[in-house]
Ligand binder design. Structure first.
Ligand code: IPD
Ligand code: CA
Ligand code: CA
Length: 255
């Protein structure tokens, strides 16, 4: 089995766990004041990790709920078992399992399985990106006022509410509109599929973006940090676009 097939199998194993519990009123525990986690996050992570450990016993793993290794050396699988836990707790359907594989800091494969509608986004370095097996591409919209932009609000938003509001105002002035999907992995995949033209967020973690950033890049998009340099995965800020509205979005989000 190749790495991409393993990523598919692992992401699907996580998604299957979440699907069994979706809409059944799962109890939240609290990591922070607004940051929930559930038994389903942990059960989905176990299912994902079991596949990776069985298929690639010598690879290392960084996973949101159980932690793990530095991701810049050797082969490391980076796992968010349930991206969109707030959505999950409220029964909103934008929830996904994200599985990425990096080798010496370079993305090799990424799979994001959207749990409820069974869309599976995937990419392999150099081979393009797909949705349910069919090639996808970023949009060709060059005009910011016609470009739809996704974003997210990190869990430390209470401390940074005003700063975030200022950034939102800058984007609202220039762009068509803003969507807050509630899953960073799906934000990225929706840019890759051309549904949204751009996405930015400050406060993401490696497991939110490892798979999705590769999927955007392989779909022909551009992914950077807020300073316009290539996105290094340990940067809290990510900007992912169709390339054409990238510079305009970078300008709009500068403080
Ligand atoms: C969160 C989601 C959300 C984003 C947050 C993430 P989680 O992940 O991706 O859309 O705005 O920054 O932490 O906690 O649901 O896995
Ligand atoms: Ca996440
Ligand atoms: Ca998560």
């Amino acid at each position: 089995m190749d790495d991409l097939q393993i990523a598919h199998e692992a992401a699907e194993a996580g998604a299957e766990v979440i699907r069994r519990h979706f809409g059944r009123g799962v109890e939240a525990e609290w990591k922070g004041e607004v940051d929930p986690v559930t038994a389903v996050d942990r059960e989905a992570e176990e299912a994902v990790l079991a596949v990776i450990r069985r298929r690639r016993p010598s690879d290392r793993i960084l996973a949101e709920e159980s932690g793990g290794d530095d991701w810049n050396e050797g082969r490391v699988w980076i796992v968010d078992p349930l991206d969109g836990t707030v959505n999950f707790v409220h029964g909103l359907p934008q929830v996904a399992t994200s599985v990425g594989l990096r080798s010496d800091g370079r993305g090799l494969v990424g799979v994001v399985a959207s749990v409820v509608n069974r869309e599976v986004f995937a990419a392999e370095s150099g081979n393009g990106a797909t949705l349910n097996g069919k090639p996808i591409h970023v949009s060709s919209e060059p005009t910011p006022s016609r470009a739809l932009v996704g974003t997210g609000f990190a869990y430390d938003r209470q401390q940074r509410a005003q700063e975030m509001a200022n950034t939102l105002a800058g984007v609202l002035r220039e762009f068509q509109g803003i969507r807050r999907i509630g899953s960073a992995a799906l934000d990225l995949c929706w840019v890759a599929a051309g549904r949204m033209d751009a996405y930015w967020e400050y406060g993401v973690r490696p497991w939110d973006t490892a798979a999705g950033a590769l999927i955007v890049a392989e779909a022909g998009g551009r992914v950077t940090a807020f300073d316009g340099m290539p996105y290094p995965l340990d940067d809290p800020g990510i900007v992912a676009t169709n390339g054409l509205v990238h510079d305009a979005l970078l300008r709009a989000i500068q403080p």
